[in-house]
Write a protein that binds this ligand. Structure first.
Ligand code: NAD
Length: 443
């Protein structure tokens, strides 16, 4: 790591001097390259992490969107700004890169999230040591190749694959790292935040941390909901990519008036999903990413049975009907196709239940009641709120994405503030009233 970090530092000066226009163009070239290889890049994900074709295709689209969006936002951010034009004083704000970033990525959006974090750091003039998730190293390698081919200096962007507990942890602790862009589990994210908060002796920097973590996301279905929309949104949000999305719905809170109808239709819709090999484009539900994830799901099924929950359906996804909110399957992220449905006596209670978790990532409401829609927009405690649609699939620039509470810290990915986390702004104030003359002044 020392060698990579020092080569990265050496390359960073030139990259910074090359200017924002050059850096933005590099990102745009990479986007064009990805667009021309979209089916190949999607196919790798189908093979590597078991995504369905449509989900894999969407992931590549999102990566392309990130590249183009951050190129555009970078041009805006680095445009010179003159502040308060008063006489005899020049005030300006200039932007500097922060230094070297560790980008630590998850496997579930293996190209999009890696590409978003990496391209944001690069366009701002930083160097990057990039660690893909162990499960998606081929996709990580392809992203690295494409960025290098597009013009990122080879030493400026280093690919550092390896086990998270070793390589990831070493990156986080490395004294040359000035910032960490992490997306992954709460457990690892909280460890990174803690580690970054205690700089090693002699270090003169506080590492900036962006940590996007998990969710336990709810959709409320109220008594005025269009049931076709409700069932479709619940199924897609809960079981798309086998529920392995931070934004996935894992709780559906249904008002008592429509509970029976919704429950029956949800189970029938789940029964109709085509389960099989993701290589087949007709497949709607495939395998979990690895054996450990299957074991985790099995563990939580056992917990649910022990807690006495009513299993409504299982094949291989699981739908439970749950009373109360204290059960572990109502509170902990399982990251698998495990869905609970719960009954709420009134809308007030439904909002309370939706918010009564540690996380605050996505949430949704299915309703035709304008008063309920207005309250949900104001009172659902989540970073991304969706009304009358699925709660996954945020688009860059259209639904800037990111949560709060224990779901993360940092500005929204794909939003206007995101790049400002990768820079150091410097204010320069110059007194223009001179006394006397400088002897060296040639005029
Ligand atoms: P993970 O935390 O296990 O791994 C994420 C990355 O961290 C990997 O590259 C891994 O190798 C690395 N890592 C593991 N241990 C580390 C350590 N001790 N120090 C430094 N790095 C370490 O998560 P995952 O299984 O890859 O992804 C699933 C999780 O990610 C879920 O919790 C999901 O909700 C979350 N996620 C969140 C978002 C979001 O935008 N909020 C998006 C996608 C995924």
């Amino acid at each position: 790591l020392d060698t990579l970090a020092s080569a990265c530092s050496d390359a960073a000066g030139k990259w910074r001097e090359s200017g924002i226009e050059n850096r933005a163009r590099v990102l745009e070239r990479a986007a064009d390259n990805m667009a021309s290889r979209i089916y190949e890049l999607a196919a790798v994900q189908v093979r590597e992490v078991g995504k369905q074709w449509d989900q894999a295709y969407n992931d590549v689209c999102e990566a392309i969107d990130f590249l183009r969006y951050y190129a555009r936002e970078g041009r805006k951010l680095f445009a010179p700004v003159r502040l308060s034009p008063i006489r005899a004083e020049r005030n300006e704000q200039r932007i500097r890169p922060r230094g070297i970033y560790a980008v630590i990525a998850p496997w579930n959006f293996p190209l999009a999230i890696s590409c978003g974090m990496t391209s944001a750091a690069l366009v701002c003039g930083n160097g990057v040591l990039y660690k893909p998730a162990d499960e998606s190293e081929i996709t990580g390698r392809l992203m690295w190749e494409i960025l290098i081919e597009a013009g990122v200096p080879r030493n400026l962007l280093a690919l550092v694959p390896g086990p998270g507990e070793e390589i990831g942890a070493a990156l986080v602790a490395h004294p040359d790292i000035r910032g960490i862009a992490f997306t992954g589990s709460r457990e690892v994210g909280m460890g990174i935040i803690a580690s970054a908060a205690s700089p090693s002796p002699g270090s003169r920097h506080i590492k900036a941390v962006i940590a996007e973590m998990g969710g336990k996301n709810a959709i409320i279905v109220d008594e005025d909901a269009d049931m076709d929309v409700a069932v479709e949104a619940a199924i897609y949000s809960a079981f798309g990519f086998q529920g392995q999305k931070c934004s996935a719905a894992s709780r559906i809170i249904v008002m008592k008036e429509v509970f029976q109808e919704f429950r029956t239709r949800l189970v029938e819709a789940a029964r109709s999903l085509i389960i099989g090999d993701p290589l087949d484009p007709g497949t709607r539900l495939g395998p979990l990413v690895r054996g450990e994830a299957e074991e985790k799901l099995t563990r939580y099924l056992a917990i649910a049975w022990e807690e006495g929950e009513e299993l409504l359906y299982r094949h291989p996804m699981a739908i439970f009907q749950v009373e109360g909110m204290e059960q572990r399957i109502c509170r902990e992220e399982v990251f698998a196709p495990l869905l609970v449905i719960m009954l709420a006596d009134n809308f007030e209670r439904a909002l309370e239940m939706a918010n009564d978790v540690d996380y605050g990532l996505t949430a949704g409401l299915i309703s035709r009641n304008p008063a309920h829609i207005a309250r949900a927009a104001e009172e659902l405690d989540a970073g991304n709120i969706y009304i009358n649609r699925s709660i996954t699939g945020a688009l860059v620039g259209r639904q800037p994405f990111g949560g709060h509470k224990l779901s993360g810290i940092g500005a929204k990915a794909g939003g206007t503030d995101y790049l400002s986390q990768f820079i150091v702004p410097v204010s320069i104030s110059q007194n223009l009233v001179r006394r006397g003359f400088s002897p060296e002044f040639p005029g």
